[in-house]
Design a protein around this ligand. Structure first.
Ligand code: ADP
Ligand code: MG
Length: 765
């Protein structure tokens, strides 16, 4: 501290008061207090201490005094005006804060006390430099304002509380989200503001006040008005400068919208899941060669029950023959190759060993961030089976038409041979050397006719004599007959006493049974068992579809042998004509073909099921009839002659020729017509004399059926004997139903013909 503690201007007086003041103030020289005296008339400092001159930026009081300046020169003019005003009003002023502009340097803030001295034109004052404090206070205020702004505008509901849960600060969103209105919350207790704070939350606040941080995810919150909201809450304690917990900060978020969206999403996901789960197609994702997200149908096809397993291999169950094709398409699809089939079919053998034919449609999608295929798979196993059966049926139809055509022509030739042989036999005595030859010819014709009749049977040869029949009796009798000749086979019967009656051609059904018996016998060269069973069956739409018959009631016969059985290919071809596995000359391959044709023509179904080495089962279904069973067939023996006139109608000149000769031999007068038209002409002319028309069924132009209808119009009581090698789609039986008198199958011999003719002509109408 310098010796010289104060300085005076030249007009410094020796005022004792002043001296006293200076002396007393001199004590203050050691503190940071600036002192000054100013003459207010000329506005110049008269005296200052060293601190004061330093405050104004001068190195010494002398330097400042020398400037001849006063306080107003340095003070902020506004501040000075107020200062001056107050001073004038009261004569003194305490703690007035005033900014001053020092001679050099930054603005300073001084706290000034001043008083007018008794002389009247002097002012004495004291100043403390409070710039530092002022600065601190200002920045504090600024930062507080910033913080308040920050909290206020935080886009989330936030509030700060003291330890008594009174509001210290809060964000605007707090007020908005909790619909609190505009009154200020500061100082109010949180629990008074919200009447509905649950006890659990209050406990959490207490825990937080003892230092815990609370973090709750999703909670329901009921407002005082009863409405519900969902909130997420985080609570932190805050500490004062001493490190004591002063209260807590609540960060909350009203997430009702989010929760509702989430809930909606969950609902819609559940809906989609339901859709996928209940789809009748299998749906799954294929990625990394494994099956993901399989629906119920997919699991079912794969042979899983209940929950989906961790990992299902995509390739594992695919049939080995189809595997490469499927995987190849799958990989190509994933690598973006175009022109791949969107749908294709393949086979799988599932976990349980069940074979499925599947049809797959796939599209590429993104699944869990990577490429995958979304697959829709339809089970077409049954459809394929039906298709195959239908194809088989169509093939059999085509073969039938072909075989039928040949057999028909061939039969007419046989008829010719038979006719000539019959005629010759009439003129030859049994002692003649030709007699045996002619009989031989007849025998050969008969066995050839048997062949053609089987072939015609296959080609839907017509049900000629349809009567209601008990199949049990038929099976029983045929089995007895067969069993008598084949002792090495034991026959087991299980016949349903309540079996529905059927309307069938007995001879034909017998032939079917015998064909099957013979095959069974051949399949069991060292003996075995034959099981015969009958029963009723009701077949539904789906079952009968590939067989093109009507659904409904059927009588069923199953015939099972314990023979060698057949492989698949044999089973597929068994009903084709001329299909045989037997050595040359040992099988005609017509047995099953004719059985097929006959059953088909009866609107029935014949099936084969066989396993190689185990045996074979044939199932025959015949439509049940409402009509009662009659006593069966009856045959009238005897070669008979007559004198009536007969009109013979046939398009084959061979038949006309031989037929006319046969009839003449029998004593009849004969007219022949080579077509339906001609037959009508002749009948119109000679109708009065004609007792019987023998009418061929299949003719070009007007066929047998139409001719019959025309004849019937000319004479409603006309007698017509229908003759045919076969009929298509049961034509013969419909004509018989229309009132035709009888039917004779070609080739016929003289004896048969004579009997049929008499049967009709001797019947009274
Ligand atoms: P064929 O007996 O003249 O060969 P079929 O039409 O009766 O002609 O039979 C065709 C083929 O079906 C037979 O050659 C045989 O291979 C097979 N077959 C038919 N029935 C049986 C059976 N019960 N067991 C094993 N194979 C059979
Ligand atoms: Mg056979």
């Amino acid at each position: 501290m310098s010796e010289k503690t104060y300085h005076e201007t030249s007009d410094q007086s020796a005022d004792p008061l002043e001296a006293d003041l200076v002396n007393r103030l001199g004590l203050l020289e050691i503190s940071d207090i600036g002192l000054f005296k100013e003459c207010i008339t000329d506005g110049r400092f008269q005296w200052v201490n060293e601190n004061f001159s330093a405050m104004l930026g001068y190195s010494s009081p002398a330097q400042l005094i020398a400037q001849n300046l006063g306080l107003s020169r340095f003070a902020n003019p506004k501040h000075f005006d107020t200062f001056w005003q107050e001073l004038n009003d009261r004569g003194r002023i305490t703690s007035f804060e005033m900014d001053i502009e020092p001679f050099n340097g930054d603005t300073r803030r001084l706290q000034v006390c001043a008083a007018m001295l008794p002389e009247g034109d002097r002012l004495a004052g004291m100043a403390i430099d409070i710039s530092r404090h002022h600065q601190v206070a200002r920045s504090l205020k600024e930062s507080e304002a910033r913080l308040r702004l920050f909290i206020e505008h935080t886009p989330a509901p936030i509030a700060m509380f003291d330890a008594q849960m009174r509001y210290i600060a809060f964000s605007r969103r707090w007020v908005v989200d909790y619909r609190l209105g505009h009154e200020t919350l500061i100082g109010k207790c949180h629990y008074d503001v919200f009447g509905s704070i649950p006890q659990k939350w209050k406990e959490e606040h207490q825990r937080c006040l003892s230092g815990e941080v609370i973090d709750n995810e999703e909670e329901p919150f009921q407002r005082t008005d009863g409405t519900m909201d969902w909130v997420r809450r985080k609570i932190y304690p805050w500490r004062d400068t001493n490190g004591n917990i002063g209260g807590l900060i609540l960060f909350t978020e009203v997430i009702t919208d989010q929760v509702q969206i989430k809930e909606k999403l969950r609902e819609s996901e559940a809906k989609y899941r339901k859709l996928v789960e209940n789809a009748t197609d299998a749906i799954f994702i294929a990625q990394d060669e494994s099956i993901k997200f399989p629906n119920r149908k997919a699991l079912q096809i794969l042979g899983y029950e209940g929950e989906a397993p961790e990992k299902i291999s995509f390739a594992e169950y695919i049939h080995p023959e189809d595997r490469n094709m499927v995987l190849d398409i799958h990989r190509k699809r994933l690598s973006g190759v175009r022109d791949l089939p969107t749908t294709y079919s393949f086979r799988i053998t599932n976990r349980k060993g069940v074979l499925y034919v599947l049809q797959l449609s796939a599209v590429v999608i993104e699944w869990e961030g990577r490429l995958a295929t979304l697959n829709f798979v339809r089970d077409i196993t049954e459809q394929k089976r039906l298709e195959k059966s239908l194809q088989q049926a169509h093939k059999m139809d085509a073969i039938g038409t072909l075989a039928g055509g040949i057999a028909h022509d061939f039969n007419n030739i046989l008829m010719g041979i038979q006719g000539h042989a019959s005629l010759m036999l009439l003129d030859v005595f049994p002692s003649s050397p030709f007699y045996a030859h002619l009989k031989g010819i007849e025998n050969y014709v008969r066995s050839a006719a048997e062949l053609t009749s089987q072939l015609l049977g296959f080609a839907r040869g017509g049900k000629y004599q349809v009567i209601p029949l008990d199949l049990n009796q038929l099976v029983d009798e045929s089995a007895q007959l067969f069993g008598r000749t084949k002792k090495e086979i034991s026959i087991h019967k299980n016949l349903d006493a309540g079996l529905w009656a059927v309307e069938v051609d007995q001879n034909q059904i017998e032939q079917v049974l015998f064909n099957i018996y013979v095959n069974a016998w051949q399949a069991m060269p060292s003996g075995g068992s034959l099981y015969l069973q009958t029963g009723n069956a009701v077949l539904d739409d789906c079952y009968v579809k590939p067989f093109q018959v009507t659904p409904g009631r059927y009588a069923k016969i199953t015939i099972t042998d314990t023979g060698v059985g057949m492989d698949k290919t044999t089973q597929e071809k068994i009903f084709e004509p001329f299909f045989t596995t037997r050595a040359m000359g040992h099988g005609t391959g017509l047995g099953m073909a004719s059985a097929y044709g006959i059953i088909k023509n009866h609107n029935g179904i014949i099936n084969v099921y066989s396993e190689k080495g185990k045996g074979t089962t044939f199932s025959i279904y015949l439509p049940a009839s409402a009509r009662l069973v009659s006593s069966g067939k009856e045959k009238e023996p005897g070669p008979l002659t007559g004198e009536e006139t007969i009109l013979l109608v046939d398009d084959e000149s061979l038949i006309l020729d031989v037929g006319m000769q046969m009839l003449k031999k029998l004593g009849y007068t004969v007219h022949v017509a080579e077509s339906g038209m001609r037959a009508l002409e002749l009948y119109e002319r000679y109708g009065q004399q004609i007792g019987l028309v023998i009418l061929d069924m299949i003719m070009p132009g007007m066929n047998g059926g139409d001719t019959y209808d025309h004849l019937k119009r000319l004479n409603p009581n006309i007698k017509v004997l229908l003759s045919s090698g076969y009929s298509i789609n049961g034509d013969a039986s419909t004509i018989l139903d229309r009132g035709c008198s009888g039917f004779i199958q070609k080739p016929f011999n003289l004896m048969e013909l004579s009997q049929k003719i008499r049967e009709i002509l001797d019947t009274q109408t």
